[in-house]
Ligand binder design. Structure first.
Ligand SMILES: Nc1ncnc2c1ncn2[C@@H]1O[C@H](COP(=O)(O)OP(=O)(O)OP(=O)(O)O)[C@@H](O)[C@H]1O
Ligand SMILES: [Mg+2]
Length: 218
């Protein structure tokens, strides 16, 4: 089973958006997908609640309510972390997963926050012992903007313990199609292709990385 955690203690950076879209991506390809929502706000569970019955099914687990047991036969467990997670709850979550995706917004406040978070990550055992593989992505960017370049350069410069690079996968644009999909319980991959061609292109580097051995612990 693949387990992928979408994580950043900074609120509103796109964790739930990435978690729901990744879940829809894998479900659409016939995989058995479980979406675990660790946020008591329950945004991923709300998304599942409006997901049409004729769409490929995704099982939801309200991870903030009780201990999580991933059902046997699950191909992908996508974990949506809550904002403000630190310390022991953070290391407990990291212990459960193979792979972490960190979305970051192009704002000075979010950049500073990710700097603190990276410092915290550097000290966690699982990261030190290479038990989890991490990537960053830039979210809600304007494609040809200077702020996007600054964010991307910054994310590409981040390092892990022992000077290992923290890989940067892709950037996603700020686009109304994410809202359009979210309100209907869909991923953007389930909207009309005419609306989503460019957006889906931008997802490809992340999906490729997730499908590669580079995103799996050794
Ligand atoms: N690429 C995007 N384009 C447009 N809107 C986006 C994009 N990514 C996220 N959003 C919107 O930004 C808001 C915050 O996103 P989201 O809920 O995914 O963040 P979050 O990190 O899960 O927040 P929280 O920390 O509160 O759980 C939502 O309204 C979402 O629809
Ligand atoms: Mg969320």
């Amino acid at each position: 089973m693949r387990s992928i955690l979408i994580l950043n203690p900074k609120g509103g950076c796109g964790k739930t958006t990435i978690a729901t879209n990744l879940s829809a991506h894998y479900a659409l390809r016939g995989h058995s997908v479980v979406l675990v929502d660790f946020d008591p706000q329950g945004s991923s569970m709300d998304w599942l609640a409006v997901r049409p019955e004729d769409r490929p099914p995704i099982r939801g687990i309200a991870g903030w309510e009780r201990p999580v047991r991933i059902p046997k036969g699950t191909d992908y467990a996508i974990l949506d972390a809550p904002a403000g997670i630190h310390g022991r709850s953070l290391s407990n979550l990291l212990r459960r997963v193979q792979t972490v995706v960190i979305p970051v917004l192009p704002s000075p406040i979010d950049l500073r926050a990710v700097e603190h978070f990276q410092a915290e990550l550097m000290h966690l055992g699982g990261v030190l012992r290479k038990k989890v593989k991490i990537t960053t992505i830039a979210n809600r960017v304007r494609e040809n903007s200077h702020t996007r370049e600054i964010l991307e350069d910054y994310l590409r410069s981040l390092k892990l313990p022992e000077g290992r690079k923290l890989p940067f996968s892709t950037y996603l644009r700020n686009s109304y199609i994410y809202l359009k999909a979210a309100e209907r319980g869909l991923g953007i991959c389930e909207l009309a292709p005419s609306l989503t061609v460019h957006e889906l292109e931008l997802w490809k580097p992340l999906i490729r990385w997730l499908n590669s051995r580079w995103s799996l612990p050794a």
